[in-house]
Structure formats: C-alpha cells, structure tokens
Design a protein around this ligand. Structure first.
Ligand SMILES: O=P(O)(O)OC[C@@]1(O)O[C@H](CO)[C@@H](O)[C@@H]1O
Length: 314
C-alpha cells in the first residue's frame, strides 16, 4: 500500500459566498467540512482510484476526532497528540479562492518520537511513502529528512511535497521525487519569485526546466514542479518533460497539487513511464480544480483531462 504522512493534519472548511468583500459581513451560502492536510488529500485521491492507501500523521482534540470520523472508509492510523488539530478555511466566491491556514498545534518531543516509532513500523508494509505539507510548531526542521532517511534505510521510495526549510533539509536527504510549486521552485533554484507564473509558454518552460535541473543537480531526486495553469515540468534521470492541460481551468485550485502528488506516488509504486505519470498528474490535478471542495475529484473529469493532456519531452 501507499503510506501518506500528514504531520499537520487539518479540518478543511470551505465557505461558498456569492462575492467576497473584505471588511463586510458575509452570509455563507454553503459550508463543506473535509479531513485535510496535504497527505490526507493525497490519500483521498488514491482511495478514489481504488489504490490501497493508509493515512498516518498526528491528530488531537475535537478537530482531530472529526478528522478521523470524516475519513470514513479511507484507512488511517494516526498518532494522538495533546494539542488540538488545526482548521484551514477556504472562501470560494466563483471568481477567487482565499485561504486562511492556522499554524497547527504544538507537538512535544515525546509525541514526535512516538510518531517516528509508529512510522518505522508502518514502513514495513508500505511500497511508497508520501510526506506532505507544513510541519506543526515544535517539530524539528529536519523532521522530513529523518523520515526520508528511515524510508531509504528499508528501501521504501519517497515523494516529498513541503516548503521552506523542511523542504530544503528533506531534499538533502535524497527523496525519490520532490514536488515543489512555482514559488518553492524559484526559491530553491535561486530564481526570481514569480519567474514561472507569467509570460510566453516557451519562456516559462525554458526557465522552469532550467530551475528544476538546478534543483536536481544531477542527483537521484526527480524534481516535478507544479506551475498552476502551465502544468508540470519534470527533471528526472530519465529525461525532462513539460506536461500541460489542454485548456486553462477555473475553479478551486486548493488540493490540485495533492492530486498531482497522488499520481506521482502511484507512478512510483508501479513504475509507470514518466510521460504517462505526468499525464495522470495533469488529469488528476485538473479534476481537483474543477471540484469546488478541496481534495475531491470526479473520475469522469480525470479521464477526460488525462486524455487531453499535452506531454512533451524537452
Ligand atoms: O499548511 P500546509 O500543510 O502546507 O497546507 C495545508 C492545506 O491547506 O493544504 C491542503 C491543500 O493542498 C489543504 O487540504 C490543507 O489544509
């Protein structure tokens, strides 16, 4: 099975309002609650594809209990902490998506050690591990690096999707795939933030591929960067690709990166060739954008967008 790790699990709340106006009172037209945090979203997408998956991480308090309950049929095995799991709130108004991310609960040293022991046991029954999302307060910056080293010591391949210092420390530990977004790719490669977000597609592609190459630096870690409407660029030991959706999509992009990570983890587990793996990622992330609730996809949208994806070796 594929193991997903969410150290800062969240209760994701999506508010739908006709129009978001800062400074005004809003009557909320619709409220959706889902268990979230990036790894949980990855688990939900894989479960929807009938892929055996187990979600683990840290949860606590009433929100932690709600996360467990709302996971429903998705297999999970979280470690309890004394702190209260966070909520993230997304306000969707038809033309924009605005997010409010709580920092998450403080995690103590003994709680972290008990998670590491739990994770080491779960690795024995995992074929791939996905490490995703922010670290809650109290965890060391090298938390992902330690989990990657443990996975590598028992030859379980790793996909890492994080940001900031935990990402940099994690990449140094040599995961099999890292999935930065455009912002993180710019920071890691030393390029200007925003470099891959506007301009002619050829220019975006050339700069993003150069940045992904710089992050890979000839090493073992394949770099697959998500560039929003420009799709994904991949720099791998087997070649480089740019995978794009056939047309720009509008909707809720929250969770689209997680859907792409689900495709990358699946591809790693079954050694799916890169062009097919990237077409899967474009299809799943596009399907996530089209769904108003973060981390949920329609199989019909996925199949259609996957077929239409444009994957080119560069
Ligand atoms: O704070 P993080 O862990 O980086 O991001 C958390 C989060 O906003 O990302 C997901 C969408 O990708 C949401 O389900 C989730 O709550």
């Amino acid at each position: 099975m594929i193991l997903t790790v969410t150290l800062n699990a969240a209760l994701d709340v999506t508010y739908q309002v006709p129009r978001l106006r800062p400074g005004e009172v809003h009557r909320v037209a619709g409220v959706h609650e889902r268990p979230g945090g990036k790894g949980v979203n990855v688990a939900r997408v894989l479960h929807g594809l009938n892929e055996p998956v187990l979600a683990t991480g840290l949860v606590g308090g009433g929100t932690g209990a709600a996360i467990r309950t709302l996971l429903g049929e998705i297999r999970h095995s979280f470690v309890d902490i004394a702190g209260i799991s966070r909520r993230t709130t997304v306000v969707v108004d038809g033309s924009s998506t605005t997010g409010f991310w709580e920092p998450g609960p403080e995690v103590s040293g003994p709680e972290w050690e008990s998670f590491v022991a739990h994770y080491a046991a779960l690795l024995r029954i995992s074929r791939v591990v996905v490490l995703s999302g922010s670290l809650p307060p109290g965890l060391p910056v090298d938390a992902y690096a330690r989990l990657i080293e443990l996975a590598r010591s028992v030859e379980v391949p790793v996909v890492l999707d994080a940001s900031g210092e935990p990402l940099a420390a994690g990449v140094a530990a040599g995961p099999d795939i890292v999935k930065p977004n455009a912002h993180e790719l710019a920071i890691m490669s030393g390029m200007a933030v925003g470099a891959f977000e506007a301009g002619a597609v050829e220019l975006v592609e050339a700069e993003a591929v150069a940045a992904a190459d710089a992050v890979r630096d000839g090493g073992r870690t394949a770099v697959v960067a998500s560039l929003g409407p420009h799709g994904l660029v991949a720099s791998t030991g087997d070649g480089r690709w740019h995978a794009r959706p056939a047309a720009a999509l509008t909707g809720n992009p929250t969770g689209a990166g997680d859907a792409a990570v689900a495709a990358l983890a699946f591809g790693l587990a079954y050694r799916v060739p890169w062009p097919q793996r990237l077409a899967d990622a474009v299809g799943l992330s596009g399907a996530a954008v089209l769904n108003p609730v973060a981390g949920t996809i329609s199989q019909t949208d996925y199949a259609r967008l996957r077929r239409a994806a444009d994957v080119r070796e560069v």
